[in-house]
Design a protein around this ligand. Sequence first.
Ligand code: HEC
Length: 160
Amino acid sequence: MAPVIRWVWLPFLDLSLPIQRTTNRARAAHNGYGNVMITTSLALIVLLASSVSGPSVSFSQDVLPILNKHCVMCHITGAAQGGLDIYPDPWTAMVGVPSSQSPLALIEPGSPERSYLVSKLIGTQQTVSGSGLQMPFPQPLDDEEIKMIRVWIEQGAANN
Ligand code: HEC
């Protein structure tokens, strides 16, 4: 969440600096304009912040079906490929659990960037000192599915 908030605040700072200069030069004439600009940029911040966090993603309803459909067949007791057994409880198997391939946790609540699972899904595992193939193979998840998992982690990876 922190990098998002920083990014969202920047346009506000950019807009408010010229406003301050303007109001100093001709306070009476431009006060109204300045207020409009400030209000507009505040509205923008609220808009951006809400579109980033969006509706809450549910683990059981949104994430679990993706894992059951695309991952469990290879990551199940007796055939736990890569040493990863996510059935029947993928939440306990991955949230806060160290990866066996990289120094990262499989899922770091609140941080998709520090979640090795996300690197494996988008194919950047080599850049975080990991190894192996992009998951699942041979066919990666589609963008919507990856986004769902990413947003769920960003929102705290709740067991909800
Ligand atoms: C066809 C079998 C297969 C499928 C399907 C598959 N995996 Fe894997 N997975 C493997 C194998 C084999 C490895 C170890 C070698 C590698 O990483 O390429 C592995 C490794 C992993 C690792 C690394 C484990 C660690 O401790 O670092 C993760 C995470 C992972 N898989 C997640 C998934 C997820 C999530 C899915 C579904 C979206 C998935 N896999 C689908 C076979 C599979």
